[in-house]
Design a protein around this ligand. Structure first.
Ligand code: ADP
Length: 483
């Protein structure tokens, strides 16, 4: 079977978060199971310069959008015999400093940009010599693909367009635009209604994906259940309930080639579950790099994330602040960027407690590896978390996760006799502090600490298992398709 994955970001070419990691790792894992896999994604600024293997093809086309005809061209790279990456070149849309916006503001023409990507995906699917049987769409940016595929079948005589699978990485981002943007899709005006993409008089790209795809997945079993409730459903829970039988949760894996503490070039020393001496070197090096006093025995907490309400950044600031103010001996390291008030709050915390808190505001993949390796504890008190990668990487790197039991955090972190970390549920400082207290107690008991850390490092959240499950969903979409 040939599968085409459509995504707005792809590691290592373009990345703002876990979506990029997920699609790139899934594509390789699927190809490893013997499927033929293609990926279609935008050619953003600088990608050709920094990746000489991405080559232009002679495949050019044009799409009528509103009053204009927008030209596009595919670039291509084939990293392995059954994996091909297709990059959509459209300089006006994608040759920009940001993926989705600049200086904290979304680009005003994001609807046009991602309609273009979606329509390019259909062109590719239709004209490849070996047409894909399944088109696997990721997040709102590719949400119109399923309806574009239905339209192609019913109105343009394409007898067998691919079946579509839609994966929700984050229900909070829906791609909601004025109804007038529908015109850019080339779809008939009467195809926009509340059973398709219309949501409160706007075009909602995510809703289009959820109503029109053959199967829906999300990135953890717990999140698949949570999004059926008003608390997590972001207004789409009713629609998701209707599609209950077509919805499943498949936990993302970790790319253990990139995240291998025994061979990670970003680390000052290698280590493994069998020999943790290198981890102590990583801890001192991290303390030095972040300007904190070097102290092997002080517990070092860390967090790496987008700074947003979702990730519980405010809870971290309050909790670390109160523990230090209460005289607790600990260090904390933050890497992240996001909402300016949260960025400033982390800077303030570091200024107030310079010997205990260090904050690096920005996006720094190398430092993220060194933090995962150098920390003792990894904090993820997310309000919601579709899957979460940080905690799974932390487990592998011997940093014990302390998480809020939601979404993928609930599926990957256990507390108790067979635990690999610490959990709390009510989203408040008191319960977070309690969990940190339990964690510190175990930290001080060296034998229990060693056992806990070793259990986490042995955990297997690899992609092979997830790829097998996606293979099952593709088979199901092809065989049991409703439309
Ligand atoms: P999300 O996709 O919701 O942002 P995930 O936990 O699924 O969250 O994935 C985020 C990924 O991006 C992790 O690998 C994390 O380490 C990385 N990341 C987040 N912020 C930064 C940053 N400022 N610098 C480097 N890596 C980061």
């Amino acid at each position: 079977m040939h599968v085409l994955l459509a995504t707005s970001e792809l590691n290592p070419y373009s990345k703002t978060g876990g979506l990029a990691d997920m699609v790139s790792a899934l594509a390789r894992a699927l190809a490893g199971t013997g499927l033929r896999v293609s990926v279609v994604t935008p050619l953003y600024r600088g990608m050709v310069d920094s990746n000489s293997s991405i080559e232009p093809t002679s495949w050019r086309w044009a799409i009528p959008m509103g009053d204009s005809l927008v030209e596009g061209r595919f670039h291509c790279y084939k990293p392995s015999p059954n994996l091909t990456l297709w990059f959509v070149k459209q300089a006006g849309f994608f040759d920009r400093p940001g993926l989705y916006g600049e200086a904290g503001r979304d680009y005003a023409d994001n609807s046009a940009r991602f309609i273009f990507l979606s329509r390019a995906a259909l062109i590719l699917a239709r004209h490849l010599p070996d047409p894909p049987k399944v088109l696997h769409c990721h997040d709102w940016q590719t949400g119109l693909i399923p309806i574009l595929a239905s339209h192609a079948r019913l109105q343009t005589g394409w007898a067998l367009p691919p079946r579509t699978v839609f994966t929700i990485h984050n229900l909070a981002f829906q791609g909601s635009f004025p109804a007038s943007s529908w015109g850019l899709s080339g779809l008939p005006a009467d195809w926009l209604h509340i059973e398709s993409a219309l949501h409160f008089n706007r075009v909602n790209f995510l809703k289009a994906g959820l109503t029109q795809s053959q199967a829906i997945t999300t990135v953890s079993p717990t999140y698949a259940q949570e999004i059926l409730t008003a608390e997590y459903g972001c207004g789409l829970e009713g629609l998701l309930l209707k599609r209950y039988n077509d919805l499943g949760g498949i936990l993302n894996g970790v790319d253990y080639e990139e995240w291998n503490s025994a061979s990670d070039p970003a680390l000052p020393a290698a280590f493994s579950a069998q020999d943790l001496s290198g981890k102590a070197v990583c801890k001192s090096a991290l303390q030095r790099e972040m300007g904190l006093p070097e102290n092997p025995s002080i517990p070092l907490f860390a967090n790496i994330s987008r700074l947003t309400e979702q990730k519980g950044s405010a809870l971290i600031i309050q909790t670390i602040g109160s523990l230090i103010a209460a005289g607790e001996s600990l260090q904390f390291v933050q890497l992240g960027s996001g909402e300016p008030t949260l960025e400033n709050a982390f800077r303030d915390l570091a200024q107030r407690f310079p010997d205990q808190v260090a904050a690096r505001i920005g996006f720094d993949p190398g430092l993220s590896h060194r933090i995962e390796a150098g920390a003792d504890f990894y904090l993820m008190p997310s309000r919601f978390e579709p899957c979460g990668l940080g905690q799974m990487i932390a487990l592998r790197y011997g940093s014990v996760p302390i998480v809020r039991a939601t979404g993928g955090l609930n599926d990957t972190v256990r507390e108790g006799y067979d635990g690999n970390g610490f959990r709390f549920h009510p989203y408040d400082v008191r319960h977070f502090i309690d969990a940190m207290g339990r964690a510190l107690e175990v930290y001080r008991d060296r034998e229990s600490w060693a056992l806990l850390r070793a259990r986490g490092m042995r955990e297997d959240n690899s992609w092979e298992h997830a790829a097998e499950q996606y293979g099952g969903v593709y088979d199901w979409a092809v065989r049991l398709a409703r439309r």
